[in-house]
Write a protein that binds this ligand. Structure first.
Ligand SMILES: Nc1ncnc2c1ncn2[C@@H]1O[C@H](COP(=O)(O)OP(=O)(O)OP(=O)(O)O)[C@@H](O)[C@H]1O
Length: 280
C-alpha cells in the first residue's frame, strides 16, 4: 500500500520554481527521509502534502485522498509536528497534551504519550518554562496524540542534545514499529541513516537520487579507499577489491595505520547536491 503518491508536482512562487516536477512514493509503514540543502523545496513539498499549501500542477494522494480537498476526517489521520508553535505557554505540559487530545476522535492516553517523549517529570511544568529541546518533545507529543497513521516530522531534532536525539530516535522507531508511516525532513545525515528505510535527495526542486541509505547514489558499490603508512609516508589507493589489495600489500606482515573506508552517506549526499544537473 502507498501512503503518499506524488506525480509531476510543481509549485512556483512569483515565477521562481520551488518544486519543479517531483515524483515520489512513500509506502505505508515506512520511515522516509527527505534530504536537501536550504531552499531545495522540502518544506514546500511537505506543506502541499499536509494540505497547507496549494500546488500549481501534479497529482498528489495522501492516505488515499487529495490533501487539497480532503476534510476533517482525513486531517485526524495525519500528525503534523510543527517547528514550535508558541501558543498555550501558560498551560502545563499535561494540560497542553490533553487539550490537543480533545481535537481527535480516538486519542492515545495523555500520560502514555508524555512518557513516550520523555517528559513525565515535566508533566506539571508550564510550557513557557521548558527548555528548547523539551519544547520540541512536546511538539512531537502534540503531533502524535491523535494516533495518526502518517506523521510529518520537519527537522525534528534541531537543537536537541545528543541524549535527547537518541531518545527521540527511539520514539520514532517505536511509532514505526507500531505501523505509523513517517515522512521526515532532516539536515542530519546520521539521523537519516539511523531512522530511514528509504531516502530521497531533493535539490533545486527536483529529486536527484532515491534509495535506501546504504545504496543511495551507488554507495554500496562505490570503490573503497585503502590507506596505510609505509617507509615513503602515508599511502592511499581506491579499489574495488580491498581484501585482495591488502593481502598483496601485507604479505603476512602488519601494515601500519591500515584503514578501509567507503563513502559515508554524507560524502554521497554532498556529491549528489554538488552536481544536481548532471543527475537530474
Ligand atoms: N512563501 C514563499 N514565498 C516566496 N518564495 C518562497 C516561499 N516559501 C518558499 N519560497 C522559496 O521556495 C524555495 C524552496 O523553499 P523551501 O522552504 O521549500 O525549501 P526547504 O528545502 O524546505 O529549505 P530549508 O532546508 O531551508 O528549510 C526557496 O527558494 C524559497 O526561497
Amino acid at each position: 500500500m502507498t501512503a503518499i503518491q506524488i506525480r509531476g508536482l510543481r509549485k512556483s512562487y512569483n515565477e521562481v520554481a520551488a518544486v519543479g516536477g517531483v515524483d515520489l512514493d512513500v509506502r505505508q509503514g515506512e520511515v522516509f527521509a527527505l534530504l536537501g540543502p536550504n531552499g531545495a523545496g522540502k518544506t514546500t513539498t511537505v506543506e502541499i502534502l499536509e494540505g497547507h499549501r496549494h500546488r500549481d500542477a501534479g497529482d498528489v494522494s495522501v492516505l488515499g485522498e487529495d490533501p487539497g480537498t480532503a476534510g476533517r476526517a482525513w486531517r485526524a489521520r495525519i500528525g503534523i509536528v510543527l517547528q514550535t508553535a508558541n501558543d498555550a505557554a501558560e498551560l502545563t505540559v499535561r494540560e497542553s497534551v490533553r487539550h490537543y487530545a480533545g481535537y481527535y476522535p480516538s486519542p492515545a492516553p495523555v500520560d502514555e504519550v508524555i512518557e513516550q517523549v520523555g517528559l513525565t517529570e515535566k508533566a506539571g511544568t508550564r510550557v513557557k518554562a521548558l527548555s528548547g529541546g523539551q519544547r520540541r518533545r512536546l511538539d512531537v507529543a502534540l503531533g502524535v496524540i491523535g494516533r495518526p497513521e502518517l506523521v510529518f516530522l520537519d527537522e525534528p531534532t534541531t537543537g536537541f542534545d545528543p541524549e535527547a536525539r537518541r531518545q527521540f530516535w527511539d520514539l520514532v522507531r517505536s511509532l514505526a514499529a507500531g505501523g505509523t508511516t513517517i515522512l521526515l525532513t532532516t539536515h542530519y545525515l546520521d539521523e537519516a541513516e539511523a531512522l530511514a528505510d528509504r531516502v530521497a535527495v531533493i535539490a533545486g526542486g527536483r529529486i536527484v537520487a532515491e534509495g535506501t541509505p546504504a545504496t543511495l547514489g551507488g554507495r554500496s558499490t562505490a570503490k573503497a579507499t585503502v590507506s596505510w603508512l609505509d617507509e615513503s609516508g602515508p599511502r592511499s589507493v581506491l579499489t574495488d577489491t580491498p581484501t585482495a589489495l591488502i593481502a598483496e600489500l601485507s604479505q603476512g606482515r602488519e601494515l601500519a595505520e591500515l584503514t578501509v573506508t567507503r563513502p559515508s552517506l554524507e560524502d554521497t549526499y554532498l556529491e549528489l547536491i554538488g552536481r544536481p544537473r548532471d543527475l537530474a
